[in-house]
Design a protein around this ligand. Structure first.
Ligand SMILES: [Zn+2]
Length: 251
C-alpha cells in the first residue's frame, strides 16, 4: 500500500500546482512596443500595477557593475511631475504599498492599491518610465544608500560574498559573472552621464512589460490607462534586445 502513497501525494501536489498557475490574462502590444498583460481577479478590492524591464546586471558594462540595481533605487527619486521624495507619498496616501527588485536579467517595480486607484498606479509607472529625473542630486543620495546596502547585505554578513565569489569563478566572460549589487569601486566611479545613457537605453516601452491585476471588469480602462505610456519616443536603437532577437531568429 505504501508504494501508492508517494505517487498519490505527488499527483495531488502536481495537480494543485497546475491549478494554482492557471492564471488567465489578456495580452496586447501598444504601438510603442510596450507589452501589456491584464488579469482580472475578483477576490479582493485591490489592483496591482507593475512594470518589468528587460534589464539586469547582465546588461552592465565592464567597470560599471551595479547599474540596474542602482536604477531600482534611482527611479524612486522623482520625475518631471513628481518631486523628489514624493513618489512613495502618493502610494501611502492612497493606502497602497510598493517596492521593486532587481536580478541578473530583469528589474521589477510594482504598486498594490485600492481598486479605485488604478489610474494612480499607471501614472506613477509611466512617470518612472518616461520622465524620471536622472541627475546628480538623486545619484549622490542613492550612491550612499546602495553602498550601505552592500555593506549590510554582502560585506558585513557572514558568507555574504559567497555567491559573488562563486559566480566570479564560474563565469569568466558571461555577464552573470558580476554581482547584481555591484562593487564599491564601480559604484563610486559612475558619473551622471553614464546613468543618463543607461536610462535611455533600457527604461523604455519597447523594453518593458506592463502587468495589471484588476478587481473588476476593467479591460477598457486598463487599455485606456496603458496609453499613458504611449508618448515615449522610441527612435533610439535598443542594442541589447535587437541583437538578442537577431541571434534567435537569423532569418
Ligand atoms: Zn537595493
Amino acid at each position: 500500500m505504501k508504494r501508492f502513497i508517494l505517487p498519490l501525494l505527488l499527483s495531488a501536489f502536481l495537480l494543485q500546482t497546475a491549478a494554482a498557475q492557471n492564471i488567465k490574462f489578456v495580452e496586447y502590444d501598444l504601438p510603442n512596443g510596450l507589452k501589456v498583460l491584464l488579469h482580472e481577479d475578483h477576490s479582493t478590492p485591490i489592483v496591482a500595477v507593475s512594470v518589468m524591464y528587460h534589464v539586469g546586471s547582465k546588461n552592465e558594462k565592464p567597470k560599471r557593475s551595479g547599474f540596474a540595481h542602482f536604477f531600482e533605487h534611482l527611479l524612486f527619486e522623482g520625475s518631471e511631475n513628481i518631486k523628489r521624495g514624493e513618489f512613495d507619498d502618493y502610494i501611502n496616501n492612497a493606502g497602497g504599498m510598493n517596492n521593486a527588485n532587481t536580478w541578473y536579467d530583469r528589474t521589477y517595480y510594482y504598486e498594490v492599491l485600492p481598486s479605485n486607484q488604478l489610474a494612480l498606479g499607471l501614472w506613477l509607472e509611466s512617470e518612472r518610465m518616461l520622465h524620471a529625473k536622472v541627475e546628480n542630486a538623486g545619484i549622490e543620495t542613492q550612491r550612499q544608500v546602495v553602498k550601505e546596502e552592500r555593506r549590510q547585505r554582502v560585506d558585513n554578513q557572514p558568507y555574504g560574498r559567497l555567491l559573488e565569489e562563486t559566480l566570479k569563478r564560474v563565469f569568466t566572460t558571461h555577464p552573470y559573472k558580476s554581482s547584481v549589487i555591484g562593487s564599491m569601486e564601480d559604484l563610486d566611479a559612475a558619473v551622471e552621464m553614464d546613468y543618463k545613457q543607461f536610462y535611455q537605453d533600457f527604461y523604455r516601452p519597447d523594453n518593458a512589460i506592463l502587468l495589471m491585476q484588476v478587481e473588476r471588469l476593467l479591460q477598457e480602462s486598463g487599455i485606456a490607462g496603458a496609453r499613458a505610456f504611449e508618448d515615449k519616443k522610441t527612435d533610439r536603437p535598443l542594442f541589447q534586445r535587437h541583437s538578442a532577437r537577431q541571434k534567435r531568429d537569423p532569418a
